[in-house]
Write a protein that binds this ligand. Structure first.
Ligand SMILES: Cc1cc2nc3c(=O)[nH]c(=O)nc-3n(C[C@H](O)[C@H](O)[C@H](O)COP(=O)(O)O)c2cc1C
Length: 210
């Protein structure tokens, strides 16, 4: 499928076929895509929880205003932000750069120090908003990869994050849930799959500057 065909094929799936389960190969593609998403400074202030447990999915549904995507999906991906983005977190990134690219400290240190200073000067809320932006970017990557892999998905922010955090024990991992992405295969009777796309006309949203 071309990129545009794939994006036209995809839609925010409201009901999945609960009998159709994504293969490990497909789930691994989504894990890799999550990891390969670009993030600001490359810091990856994110983790993703992969839920494949119907009992837990029922509980997630009740923390999501009863939306049936949660319990009918093959898997539910929950994109979380790290709550503690401190000096140590940033230094870990630079240790990875050094190890993987064999970049010497004298090259890395000036940028590392300026990044640590910059993050230390920000309020916690500001750092969290920055991390949340990275979560949304990741959602975009995952939606596009889902479309090209013919995996159905529903991007979701319509849930109670505090309840998700409790159900998934996220506090213990210093994480906060931001977005959910139930994935799987559309149910044959999901009427939303037949709906035409509603989008603004292209000439209304693109400004050409020549
Ligand atoms: C960040 C985000 C959050 C969303 N949250 C929900 C949600 O909680 N429940 C839902 O059914 N759809 C949700 N949607 C789906 C949108 O309503 C849908 O993408 C939009 O109407 C465009 O339709 P399409 O994706 O089928 O092309 C969300 C989409 C985005 C991008």
């Amino acid at each position: 499928m071309s990129n545009i065909k794939a994006l036209q094929w995809r839609y925010a799936t409201k009901k999945f076929n609960p009998e159709k389960i994504l293969s490990d190969k497909k789930i691994n593609i989504l894990k890799e895509a999550f990891n390969l998403t670009a993030t600001s400074y490359g810091l990856q202030p994110l983790k993703m929880v992969v839920v494949r447990n119907k009992g837990l999915q029922e509980l997630l549904k009740s923390a999501s205003w009863g939306q049936q995507q949660l319990n009918t999906a093959s898997h539910v991906l929950v994109i979380c932000i790290e709550k503690k983005i401190d000096k140590n977190f940033i230094e870990q990134y630079f240790r990875r750069v050094k190890y993987i690219r064999e970049t010497p400290d004298e090259i890395l240190d000036p940028f590392k120090n300026s990044l640590v200073n910059s993050f230390e000067s920000k309020a916690e809320d500001e750092v969290h908003s920055w991390a949340i932006n990275q979560a949304y970017l990741t959602l975009g990557t995952l939606l596009t990869v889902c479309a090209s892999e013919e995996i159905d998905a529903c991007p979701m922010e319509g849930f109670e994050p505090d309840k998700y955090d409790e159900l998934l024990n996220l506090n213990a991992h210093n994480l906060k849930s931001v977005l959910a992405l139930p994935v799987g295969y559309r149910a044959e009777d999901d009427m939303f799959s037949e709906f035409k796309k509603v989008r603004r006309p292209l000439n209304d949203i693109i400004i050409e500057v020549n």
